[in-house]
Ligand binder design. Structure first.
Ligand code: SAM
Length: 163
């Protein structure tokens, strides 16, 4: 259930512990055509509309080399999500699944990830297709898609360890 307090039959909401530990930088914001969750795709499509990753200073130099990749992984903070629902009933039919077995935006740490197609880079803005988040969603990170990325650093022993 995406609303702040409703709990569907079979669902389980927990008391959230006091937040601690990690602190994140919102490195930018994502501009998309979607202003309501109901209208936002559940998963982005690579033929979806062009969206803008607007990167803030002082992080803009970190974009250097991004245009080398045709696919990027975008990581974002689903800021309007509730965080307390550990059992969820996506079909609202009493059948529940644990939050960690779903890609629901409702999770203890509401982090979303999408593999997107790079359309272009214009200054501090990366244009991509394949997102599924609300307009103004905070941006956490951009990485090359792991399938396209070969580590640039010298190999080290752990790279070859099996079992
Ligand atoms: N692709 C990401 C993933 O798999 O981690 C996110 C998938 S999640 C199912 C996408 C849904 O999250 C959207 O359909 C919308 O209902 C919701 N959503 C999108 N942006 C949000 C935001 N900023 N805050 C809360 N919910 C959001």
């Amino acid at each position: 259930m995406v609303t702040k307090t409703d709990v569907r039959e079979g669902e389980l909401a927990v008391d959230l512990p006091k937040a601690s530990n990690a602190s994140l930088y919102f490195i930018g914001r994502i501009r998309t055509p979607w202003t309501s969750r109901d209208m936002t795709p559940r998963q982005g499509r690579q033929d979806g509309p062009v969206c803008r990753l607007e990167v803030f200073e002082p992080w803009v130099p970190a974009l250097k080399g991004v245009d080398f990749y045709s696919n990027l992984e975008v990581i974002y903070w689903l800021h309007q999500s509730r965080r307390d629902l550990v059992l969820q009933s996506p079909k609202n039919n009493r059948n529940t699944r644990g939050a960690f077995s779903l890609r629901s935006p409702v999770r203890p740490n509401p982090i979303g990830t999408s593999i997107v197609k790079l359309v272009g880079v214009e200054g501090n803005v990366v244009l991509v297709r394949g997102l599924d988040c609300l307009d103004e969603t905070p941006l956490l990170d951009i990485k090359p898609d792991r399938c396209e990325f070969t580590p640039l650093a010298q190999p080290h022993p752990g790279d070859f360890e099996a079992e």
